[in-house]
Write a protein that binds this ligand. Structure first.
Ligand code: GDP
Ligand code: MG
Length: 384
């Protein structure tokens, strides 16, 4: 397994140890965008290894039963008129956010498929396993000014596992989430219900409940620079009319955003929201994001498709825009930093990487509760 970072990436890591000492964890890592503007690094076209579904009770199923089908409204002159507040709160079953799932569902998939993984013997031992959403946070870090993150890392049988830890600030915010923000979260899921059907060729049924326990997750293989990746991400729907029916190129991401009226509002949307949309969809290889724009009354009045590969064009000539190379180079450098820091192979040992805007990424070392996240019992059973 290659645990070395590239030379350029390592320049971004302050190694405070004298040269004659054994390699030991570098203390911190800068997130300054200026350090990561180089050529776009290698990113292997993500290929789907499999999928799983979570049902209304958040139970795991090793199939695509929760996959939904893209079914946009007819384009007959008028725009859509989706009432996103319909059904709130009486037809809303929100997932219990107190339940910390960590990598559990992804590990369940991995346990079921570890014998059939492609890439040759030992591929998994050299890979990084995580959620797509964690990688999204890494990609946007050089531009993030509001929310920090914590990632717990453990090595087991060679593989580096990364699992997010809710920061105390994020927890406090979640517990004090204002009612309007709760409703706004519901509205995002309600939009999916207006745009998706349960079977290919049938129509959406917005009369039912919105249950956010239900999820369809794709499991993918990719590689960033020298880092083989196995990750999973939640997919909103597949487009039965897509030019290619091969996942992930048939997948569609659905988003809602406030209706915009001034060029300044659009500029801010390109700088902030489009960065998050790009990072999330690019990682998984989702070719398009369909956005619904809502008016102040909570109705979707227009739709716009943003091809993932065209999103950067909106900020390419903007001095305060984002750059995909910076995002990917930072992520690659972080993965090198993590690979070089987590040396011991021990599922009970956790290196906690912490970041707050305006500061470098720092590391602390922990054993067992509360940070250990790898259940040792299933993965130790004859994984050879
Ligand atoms: P995303 O890119 O942030 O949507 O996250 P992923 O696609 O990587 O999803 C990974 C897993 O986390 C899936 O099982 C999702 O259902 C779950 N998930 C996604 N967002 C959230 C969230 O905000 N809170 C919690 N608790 N789970 C989430
Ligand atoms: Mg979505």
């Amino acid at each position: 397994m290659d645990r070395r970072g590239t030379k350029r990436k390592m320049e971004n890591v302050e190694v405070a140890e004298p040269r004659n000492k054994l390699p030991s964890p570098a203390p911190s890592m800068s997130t300054d965008p200026a350090l990561y503007s180089g050529p776009f690094p290698f990113y292997r076209r993500p290929s789907e290894l499999g999928c799983f579904s979570l049902d209304a009770q958040r139970q795991y199923h090793g199939d695509a039963q929760a996959l939904r089908y893209y079914s946009p409204p007819p384009t007959n002159g008028q725009g859509p008129n989706f009432d996103l507040r319909d059904g709130y709160p009486d037809r809303y079953q929100p997932r219990d956010e107190e339940i910390r799932e960590g990598l559990d569902h992804l590990l369940h998939w991995l346990l079921d498929h570890r014998g059939q993984l492609e890439g040759g013997p030992g591929w998994l031992a050299g890979a990084i396993v995580t959620w797509r959403g964690h990688l999204t946070k890494l990609l946007t870090t050089p531009y993030e000014r509001q929310e920090g993150w914590q990632l717990a890392a453990s090595r087991f049988q060679g593989t580096l596992y990364l699992s997010e830890v809710e920061t105390p600030a994020a927890r406090a915010q979640r517990l004090a989430r204002p009612p309007l923000l709760r409703e706004l979260m519901y509205m995002g899921y309600k939009f999916e219900q207006y745009m998706c059907a349960d079977k290919p060729g049938s129509s959406p049924d917005p009369s039912g409940e919105v249950n956010t326990n239900v999820a369809f997750c794709s499991v993918l293989r990719s590689r960033l620079g020298s880092h083989p990746l196995l990750f999973s991400g939640e997919v909103d729907c597949t487009d039965p009319q897509a030019p290619s029916t091969q996942p992930p190129t048939c997948y569609v991401e659905l988003k809602t955003s406030k209706e915009m009226h001034s060029p300044g509002q659009w500029r801010s949307f390109y700088r902030h929201k489009l960065l998050k949309w790009w990072a999330q969809s690019f990682l998984l290889g989702v070719p398009k994001v369909v956005a619904g724009f809502r008016n102040p009354e909570g109705f979707i009045c227009s739709l716009k498709t943003f091809p993932t590969m065209e999103m950067f064009e909106y900020v390419r000539n903007d001095r305060d825009g984002w750059n995909p190379s910076v995002c990917m180079n930072f992520c690659a450098a972080f993965l090198s930093f993590a690979q070089n820091t987590v040396v011991q192979d021990d599922p009970r040992l956790v290196h906690l990487f912490s970041w707050e805007p305006g500061s470098p990424v720092t590391v602390s070392k922990h054993r067992d509760a509360p940070y250990a996240f790898l259940p040792t019992w299933p993965l130790t059973e004859c994984t050879g």
